[in-house]
Each structure stands twice: as C-alpha cells, then as structure tokens.
Design a protein around this ligand. Structure first.
Ligand SMILES: C[C@@](CO)(OP(=O)(O)O)[C@H](O)COP(=O)(O)OP(=O)(O)OC[C@H]1O[C@@H](n2ccc(N)nc2=O)[C@H](O)[C@@H]1O
Ligand SMILES: Nc1ncnc2c1ncn2[C@@H]1O[C@H](COP(=O)(O)OP(=O)(O)O)[C@@H](O)[C@H]1O
Length: 283
C-alpha cells in the first residue's frame, strides 16, 4: 500500500519568552498557523521490518538523524509494530528557516503511519507522542491555528486565521534555535501582546492581527544577522500590512489581504533574497 501526507510549514504570529526552565528550555507562549507551503511525504510498505528514508536535500540527512526517521522509529517502538516502511520526502520547505519543516515532517509521519498501520489513534494521542520528538511537533500534528505553551508542546487550537496572502523571504543563512535562545536576556525582552492578538483572531480582524504580530526572538536574531532587519524593512516598504520574523528566524514574512498587493511584495522581494515564496495561510 502507498499513502501520502502533506506536511505544511508554520509561521509564528506571536512568540513570547516567559522564563528559563531547569531543563535548559524556556517557557514560551506562541501563536502559530500553518501555511500553504508543504513537504510531501509518501509511505511505502516494506516486506522487511525496517525504516528507510529518501529525500533530495543538501541540508537534511536521510538516515536515523532525520526527524521523519525518528518519528517512525518511535511509533514502531511504542506500538510494537513489526513491519517496515519506506518514507519518501519531497522537501519544499526551506531548512533551518523558522518554518518548522522538520517538525512538520515528523508530525506527518505520525499521522501517516497511524493510517498505514490502522492504529486509529486520536490527534491528541499523536500530539503526545510528538512531544517526545520536538517542541513544535504537537502543533504540527494538528495544524490550523493554535496557541502553544510550556516549552511549546502544550497546544490549544484557536479559531481559523483569515485566508490572507503570505510572502516569505529567507536570507541565505541558517539560524540555530539553540543559539538564539542562548542570547536571551529575560529582563530586556519586549513582550508581544498575545491577548490583543487572540482578540483580533477571534474577531477575524485582519488589520488588528497585523498590528499585534510580535516575536521576542526577532531583535536577537536581527542583532546576529542584520540582513533579517533589512528584509523586514524592505517588506514593510513594499506594502505588507504586517511583517514578522517566524520562530527563531531567519525567514521574514509579510501579510496582505489582496492578491495583487501580495504579488507586488513578492516581486519586490525577489531581487533581494534567493528564496521567496507567495502562499496563503491555511489557518
Ligand atoms: C522557537 C521555535 C518556535 O517555533 O523556533 P523555530 O525552530 O521555529 O525557529 C521552536 O519551538 C524551536 O523548536 P526546534 O527548532 O524543534 O527546537 P528544539 O530542538 O526543541 O530546541 C533547540 C534548542 O532551543 C532552545 N529552546 C527551544 C525551545 C524552547 N521553548 N526553549 C528553548 O530554550 C533549547 O536550547 C533547545 O536545546
Ligand atoms: N525531515 C527534516 N526536515 C528538515 N530538517 C530536518 C529533518 N530532519 C532533521 N532535520 C534537521 O533539523 C534541523 C532544523 O530544521 P528545520 O525543522 O527545517 O528548522 P526550523 O526548526 O528552523 O524550522 C536541521 O539541522 C535539519 O538538518
């Protein structure tokens, strides 16, 4: 049997850092939403009891270090499955970009294997399993729009975000989340107003959503990589209604309601960055 799953990227509409924990992580409060930029994951049953991965990427390993492999190994081990699977990943989401590509692949593997091996687990059960793989995996299991707390693994779904256009621009640098979190000075953080953003989402008020986008990691990544600030300024000048860096970066996105405006922003950014995408919120 062959199955497919879509693994959509996420953007952070808000990311706040609240405190440092004893386990080396930080307590955060993040609002995330999925976008129409996806990896495509194919599952092929194997006769032998093994996991194999294939993908074409200079940046992602196709062995047991791949998060998709780790997700399949965890699923097999937890449910005592004696069967094999080949997982083919078509990688469209830029890597180490703040777009949760690896987490979304892992989440898609959990959903896909749940179907392939007829386990009938709920999304909640898959999200719990996903928390063992990475901070953003539980959110990616659900998709849509949600608020994540704790180190990011506790997810509550929110009302759908408006189906606006998103222009994404990723400079040619990779950012490690760990390195950015390490630079945080808790007393200097500018906290985004998540309550106002939640209200805006609840009212489906696009301008209010754009006015309350915020990311406590943005200034840290910008200090490490000034090109991120430059991209954000250019995106605002190009007419985006709201702009923000996603996750720990370096991808910056701009939101627009009209397609013509989004297309103008996209055209403007293409002269600037190698990797620019024009997609919609899946919210
Ligand atoms: C901050 C986010 C927001 O979406 O950034 P992006 O990865 O999207 O950029 C993610 O939660 C990141 O998730 P991920 O990239 O999977 O990172 P993890 O492997 O969980 O953590 C990498 C490192 O970041 C730091 N870390 C991560 C999450 C957190 N709440 N507090 C932390 O301090 C820790 O030092 C950890 O060792
Ligand atoms: N299936 C996968 N897709 C992307 N990255 C992966 C995958 N498996 C492991 N990785 C590793 O995870 C790291 C973070 O990748 P990614 O999830 O794209 O970044 P981010 O957390 O910034 O969104 C990279 O070092 C990458 O090599």
């Amino acid at each position: 049997m062959v199955l497919f799953e879509k693994a959509p990227a996420k953007i952070n509409l808000s990311l706040d850092v609240l405190s440092k924990r004893d386990d080396g992580y930080h307590n955060v409060e993040m609002i995330m939403t999925t976008i129409d930029l996806s990896d495509r994951i194919e599952f092929h049953e194997l006769k032998k009891d093994r996991i194999t991965i294939s993908l074409e990427s200079r940046f992602v390993p196709s062995d047991e270090r791949n998060l998709a492999y780790k997700a399949a190994a965890l699923f097999k081990e937890r449910y005592g499955i004696k069967a094999g699977v080949h997982i083919k990943i078509e990688k469209n989401i830029p890597v180490s970009a703040g777009l949760g590509g690896g987490s979304s692949d892992a989440a898609a593997v959990l959903r896909g294997l749940n179907r392939l091996w007829s386990k009938n687990l709920s999304l909640k059960e898959l999200a719990c399993l996903g928390a063992e793989l990475g901070t953003d995996v539980p959110f990616c299991v659900y998709g849509g729009t949600g608020i994540a707390t704790g180190r990011g693994e506790n997810v509550e779904l929110l009302k759908t975000a408006p189906a606006c256009w998103v222009v994404l621009a990723k400079p040619n640098i990779g950012v490690s989340s760990g390195a950015v979190f390490q630079q945080i000075k808790l007393h200097e953080i500018e906290h985004p107003n998540i309550e106002k953003l939640m209200k805006a989402l609840d009212k489906n008020d696009f301008s209010m959503i754009c006015a309350h986008l915020g990311n406590a990691l943005e200034s840290i990544t910008m200090a490490l990589h000034p090109e991120v600030r430059h991209i954000k300024e250019t995106m605002m000048q190009a007419g985006a209604t709201g702009t923000l860096m996603s996750g720990s970066g370096p991808t910056v996105y701009g939101l627009a309601m009209q397609e013509s405006k989004a297309q103008r922003i996209y055209n403007g950014m293409r002269g600037f960055c190698e990797e620019v995408f024009l997609v919609r919120l899946l919210g």
